[in-house]
Design a protein around this ligand. Sequence first.
Ligand code: TA6
Length: 297
Amino acid sequence: MTVDELNDCFALPGFLSFVESPLGGPVARLATAGGMAEVALKGAHVLAWQPADFGPALYLSPATRLDDSHPIRGGVPVCWPWFATHPTAAGAPNHGTVRTRPWRVARTQLAPDGGSAAITLSSDGTGLAGNPLTVSLTVTLSKRLMMTLETQNHGATPETLPQALHTYFSVSDISNVRIEGLEGHDYLDKLDNYARKPQAGAITFDREVDRIYLGAATPAIVDDGFRRRITVDSLATSRSTVVWNPWIEKTLRLGDMPAGGYRSMVCVETGNVADDAVVLLPGGTARLTASLSIARG
Ligand code: TA6
């Protein structure tokens, strides 16, 4: 659908409209008393969240590739129906199939008091066990930003579904960042052949970090060095939290972030991945929520 058609069918005047974006394809722009957010139809990708009285809370790379075949670098990529590399198919895209696809707008919704505006986008795919799956992402903007990914298994066999909302936060400088709430949990260290290690204290950064915290259903808090504390709460839908900063060499290898871009971002990802992947029975539905809220601190 064109931007004009989308506005005719789904705009919520004063709260939600569609615009053409240089990132390719239409973007939904949401605005409430709680702030503003932008969601690209490509990948159902949240590009921006700016809570009222705060600056931008998400990192979006100024060097992201603009063509349709590459995912957007930054914001909130949807990793579905697998996370990271495909377990068997060499050459399958990293983090699943839907990041580069245009999703359909299913509906938009305004709370009666105008306190929140929401958009639901939908897509589909084939799970790792070969079953047909449908997926939707609902992004609700109020004082907080809430993203809910819902998957249904339309096939005849169970599906193991590793998935994540891969949120990139904007930080003042990575050396000032602390992530709290994961102390006491074990993580798989991707940079040490997935060795399982315990987390003692808050997470700080002085090198590349790529970790899957397991059994970590509690909220994580990002102290972003801007005197802001962002709470990432899955409302008990997620068991894994992934923490990633590419540091110097990996940033250069990525090719879609400025050389110093790693200093301005950290990923704290809400998911069910590795040993925490959920098993989705035939006819079943799986939900994954990331609810972001911000406070001075
Ligand atoms: O979630 C962390 C991670 O899996 C890293 O290993 C890293 O490579 C990253 O995601 C980004 O993946 P992408 O496919 O977007 O380059």
